[in-house]
Design a protein around this ligand. Structure first.
Ligand code: SAM
Ligand code: SF4
Ligand code: F3S
Length: 451
């Protein structure tokens, strides 16, 4: 059997696309390879969001070139750098066999066949018209994990001045709600317990109903234990969505709501469409309606023109809001973006200053996260078991609030268990299993035996 190794960078959209690519290739007789050295096809699914992510592609390609030489493996590049660079990628890495953009995943099997037949490098990065685009759909027959991503929408119609995603992923397009619900039903029927609805801007969904209505429809799928969604934009976050957290027992109490900065001047240059006070007002509405929701966010440090005072405003916002967790990045100029074009005009923040600001922010967040996580010690939490912990010695999974838990226990992947929390770090909890709340559904057991 021919084997494929997929190396995935970037966000949940890419993770989901990689799963769909593996499924499409499985139907053509391919199986997954554990490492590149054993693969007949190596696929790199790339991210273009920051320059560092793009550089990682080129260093990975350098490594995979050796595997290509040693085994004659085929080498393909997918994802956002593929879309950004198109055929220019072949100038920099002429040994790549094909380049495929996120809109063209359905072409993957044909590209692989052409490459195997020695037809020379192929590039498929054309934009797909809305009426021709078919959302990639998870194949329930191949679902193995207790959790799954389901695409609700793709692309982004916002114009954040720092962001390349609208260029790489194109215009926003929502999937009709009937398709989303049917995909969730199909996955639950084979034992998937937790579904995350994904989209770059998932709460601007308009697939025949609004996003809150979509959540309510999906929440009704019988047998679904947990529902999540990501990523939400603050400007589209309203009371209707906050109410879903209060009303829907399967909707997990976790919201990722990227704020990016606490300074109104910076937010305006970023073109985020809200002020810091408006962001905090939305958080206040959420906490009023659904007090237990864990909140996480993204912040960019050292955006062009950001002064020390602007940055102090971000630190103050982080202190006030008290996020569970924060993903923070140094600003990275990206091609095709307004901020990259106007960086000189707005004033570039020196790299050393960017890094210093990032470190201060991360130290503050670590302290906040440590306090929030420490409060869980002594309590019992519900965990959906995902499998062995990273070191292989224990079991691991997440709480409804999306807190990672490593624990002593024996429950199978897909079981819901109760864990007594005995320790906490800013990033994870640890403890021991005290009860199995529900075993993995029967369909999952059957599949596992077949597999
Ligand atoms: N759609 C989401 C939103 O609007 O909040 C964000 C999606 S983006 C792929 C994920 C995060 O990457 C952003 O929230 C932002 O913090 C970060 N990011 C995007 N472009 C960046 C850049 N040029 N430099 C640094 N970080 C960036
Ligand atoms: Fe990028 Fe802004 Fe769209 Fe998020 S909302 S993907 S940050 S342009
Ligand atoms: Fe990266 Fe593309 Fe996602 S740029 S963050 S992989 S949409």
């Amino acid at each position: 059997m021919r084997r494929v190794f997929i190396h995935t960078f970037g966000c949940q959209m890419n993770e989901s696309d990689s799963a769909r690519m593996l499924e499409a290739l499985s139907r053509e007789g391919w199986s997954a390879a554990a490492e590149a050295a054993e693969a007949d096809l190596i696929l790199v699914n790339t991210c273009a969001v920051r320059d560092k992510a793009e550089q990682k592609l080129y260093s990975a390609l350098g490594r995979y070139r050796a595997a290509k030489r040693a085994r004659g493996a085929l080498l393909g590049v997918a994802g956002c750098v593929a879309q950004q660079e198109k055929d220019r990628l072949l100038e920099r890495a002429p040994y790549v066999d094909f380049v495929v953009g996120p809109d063209n995943l359905s072409r993957l099997p044909a590209l692989v066949r052409a490459a195997a037949a020695g037809e020379g490098p192929q590039v498929e990065t054309g934009r797909m018209d809305a009426d021709r685009y078919v959302f990639p759909r998870a194949d329930p027959a191949l679902a193995r994990a207790p959790t799954a991503f389901v695409t609700a929408m793709k692309g982004c119609d916002n114009v954040c001045s720092f962001c390349i995603v609208p260029y790489t992923r194109g215009r926003e397009q929502s999937r009709p709600y009937g398709e989303v619900v049917a995909e969730v039903e199909g996955l639950v029927a084979v034992g998937v317990r937790e579904v995350t609805l994904i989209g770059q801007n998932v709460n601007s969904y308009r697939g025949g109903c609004g996003f809150a209505a979509l959540l309510r429809r999906v929440a009704e799928v019988p047998g679904l234990a947990r529902l999540r969604f990501t990523t939400s934009h603050p400007q589209d976050f309203g009371e209707d969505l906050a109410r879903c957290f209060a009303d829907l027992p399967v909707l997990c109490p976790h919201l990722h709501l990227p704020v990016q900065s606490g300074s109104d001047a910076v937010l305006s240059r970023m073109r985020r469409g809200y002020t810091a006070a408006e962001y905090e007002a939305r958080v206040a509405v959420l906490r009023e309606i659904a007090p237990g929701v864990a909140l996480t966010s993204d912040v960019i440090a050292g955006f062009p023109g950001e002064t020390e005072e602007d940055y102090a405003a971000t630190l103050r916002l982080v202190e006030r809001v008290r996020f569970d967790n924060l993903y923070s990045f140094v600003y990275s100029p990206r091609p095709h973006t307004a901020a990259a074009l106007r960086e000189e005009e707005w004033g570039r923040v020196p790299y050393a200053v960017q890094v210093e600001r990032l470190e201060r922010l991360q130290a503050l967040q670590r302290a906040v996260s440590a306090e929030i996580m420490a409060r869980a010690v002594g309590s019992e939490v519900e965990v959906l078991v995902e499998g062995p912990s990273h070191d292989g010695a224990r079991r691991c999974g997440h709480t409804p609030e999306n807190r990672m838990v490593n624990f002593d226990g024996t429950a199978a992947a897909g079981a819901l268990v109760r864990v007594r929390v005995e320790g906490a770090s800013p990033a994870s909890l640890s403890g021991r299993q005290t009860a199995v709340l529900s075993e993995p559904p029967a369909a999952r057991v059957r599949l596992a035996i077949v597999a």
